[in-house]
Ligand binder design. Sequence first.
Ligand code: IDP
Ligand code: MG
Length: 144
Amino acid sequence: MGKEWTLAMLKPDAVERNLIGAIISRLESEGFRVVAIKMTRLTKESAEAFYSVHRGKPFFESLVRYITSGPVVAIVLEREDAVTHLRSVMGATDPAKADRNTIRFQYGLSIEKNTIHGSDSPENARREIAFFFTEQELAELTSK
Ligand code: IDP
Ligand code: MG
């Protein structure tokens, strides 16, 4: 397997509790390389677009309110099998059900305030990376 990219997003509960460094440290120790990173605040419209697959679900409006409640940190990560590996290091959506050695078990506050997002497929990784980073930014960061 070659190197792959995925998108992680540190959610407002992580930024609020000063966990940016600890979580990036954990990711680097898992063999991920940080390719690109950006701190930003999502608008209601951009949050609805990012989570559009969840539109209509009972938790959608609360999720949009939460994810726009403070800054997030978007990170492009590179590793072999990056998408699958990030999902496994993150743990289950509900921190109470996540394996012990996962980021969500360690830091997650609730099924909603679960600290970190990770793309769930290579196709969604491409969509989510393009959501936060332009082609030009990525080219500048990766040019030799
Ligand atoms: P994932 O982040 O593990 O991929 P998804 O099902 O894609 O989980 O849900 C996206 C996000 O929506 C979750 O990370 C969490 O913040 C929130 N969420 C998911 N399910 C619930 C729920 O049942 N109640 C409240 N929030 C939820
Ligand atoms: Mg998901």
